[in-house]
Design a protein around this ligand. Sequence first.
Ligand code: ADP
Ligand code: MG
Length: 292
Amino acid sequence: ATPTSIMVGTGRAAELGVLFRKGQALQTLRNAHVIALDKTGTLTRGQPELTDLQVLPGFDEDEVLALVAAVEQHSEHPIAEAIVAAAKERQLNLPEPENFKSHSGLGVSATLDGRQVEVGADRYMKQLGHQLDALADAAEKLANEGKSPLYVAIDGQLAAIIAVADPIKEGTPAAIKALHDLGLKVAMITGDNRHTANAIASQLGIDEVEAEVMPDGKVEALRRLREQYGPVAFVGDGINDAPALAEADVGLAIGTGTDIAIEAAEVVLMSGDLRAVPDALAISHATLRNIR
Ligand code: ADP
Ligand code: MG
């Protein structure tokens, strides 16, 4: 492409809210065979709400929610905000935790009034050696509804299951359809539960799912997709997404996401609306149509 056509292409993209930080990204985007997207905050709004709370016999719902929210008030995960908001809505009093710990990709823990509270994914509970049988079916049912299940343990005893659900962004279904119409494979990469991820993927018609990926595993997931399909574009918004944005053949960050993701990306989508991705692709094709 001539410098002029690149300038015209990047200019048109900018009008649609897509910033190409390097002209070369027009070319790499056009060459992509698969578009991989982060789930939380990219396909979904990133603002989950608490939908379910089920306690085992011997535990009180409000008491469990207060303990969990007390731990989560020190976490920055969107899940944490959903739980704290639900506790505030019930006007629960949140005690101040000691020894708060955030276990990346797993969950959180703390001590409250001498009680050890752990909240997180099933793999976290398994790591801690907790028995999940009493709530495993409930968890799978919630996950199959597209909700994210979290287990709660109090003093080493399984106490409850909580579910949060994160609404899909308005533009997401149309964006995926447009990407398919352009002949691309669409993949989702997430740290979330496999059943949850599969439920959301099938609702959206997503072709490939990489679920229960640890924060440092997104790069590896991208490499697998590249091996299978060829050049890969990745779209993400979070701190965890920065290495994958750098690893991808072309990285696209959501402009409303974290600065670290934006810095790692070659393309920035000014709005959170994913319809900008097929728009950007269409421009890259138009700009480079007659170029070999
Ligand atoms: P994602 O960005 O896809 O949600 P993360 O790596 O941040 O992936 O989290 C993976 C999983 O770890 C979550 O789906 C959840 O089960 C668990 N988890 C992470 N942070 C928390 C938290 N603050 N409270 C409870 N569970 C958490
Ligand atoms: Mg995200």
